[in-house]
Ligand binder design. Structure first.
Ligand SMILES: Cc1cc2nc3c(=O)[nH]c(=O)nc-3n(C[C@H](O)[C@H](O)[C@H](O)COP(=O)(O)O)c2cc1C
Length: 169
């Protein structure tokens, strides 16, 4: 599939089948992250694959309502960026890590694996961060959901390129 088509085919899924992604397939997807550009070649992205005990602890600190949402997908991965405290470098490293996440989502789409990039509030709290082992020096970027698609998302509308592209003199 051409990249244009793949980018168009990637969608946010909110209903997943129960079968987890095998660890070797997940590692294959996460390995694609390393091809993202980074200014200092420092590969600032981090991915933590949640095991059952970690998920149980996250659900405990999240509370009952949010805990239900954490059961939507069979495989969950916390994505973050390592920060240094240098504001310019941190901004670049967050951008690089977001690019790395996007590569992972595209690699999943290419394999017909459904994904959902979500930013639940619990992972911005201290107990939530501690539950998934996020150290203070890392910026939480997303809780990535993976699994088989159980329901196709409704068609999306996007503004054409002309609405956000400007050719300057
Ligand atoms: C940084 C980031 C955070 C997101 N967080 C959420 C979220 O917390 N909840 C949610 O429903 N969708 C979240 N999304 C998914 C977007 O809502 C979704 O990409 C958008 O609706 C477009 O749909 P599509 O991905 O199918 O094109 C997030 C996307 C990004 C890039």
């Amino acid at each position: 599939m051409k990249l244009d088509e793949l980018a168009g085919a990637r969608r946010t899924h909110k209903v997943f089948g129960p079968e987890p992604i095998p660890p070797e397939t997940l590692l294959e997807l996460l390995a694609v992250a390393r091809f993202a550009p980074t200014h200092h070649l420092n590969q600032p992205w981090r991915f933590r694959v949640l095991g059952p005990e970690t998920l149980a602890e996250l659900k405990r600190v999240a509370g009952e309502k949010e805990a239900q949402k954490l059961d939507r997908a069979p495989t969950l991965v916390v994505a973050s960026a390592v920060l240094t405290g240098d504001l310019v470098m941190d901004e670049e490293d967050v951008c690089a890590s977001a690019a790395a996440i996007m590569l992972v989502l595209l690699a999943a789409a290419e394999r017909d694996i459904a994904t959902y990039w979500r930013t639940p509030a619990v992972l911005r709290t201290r107990p939530g961060r501690e539950a998934v082992g996020l150290p203070p020096g890392e910026r939480f970027l997303g809780l990535l959901h993976f699994g088989p698609a159980a329901r196709e998302p409704s068609p999306r509308e996007r503004e054409p390129a002309e609405s956000y592209v400007e050719f300057l003199a």
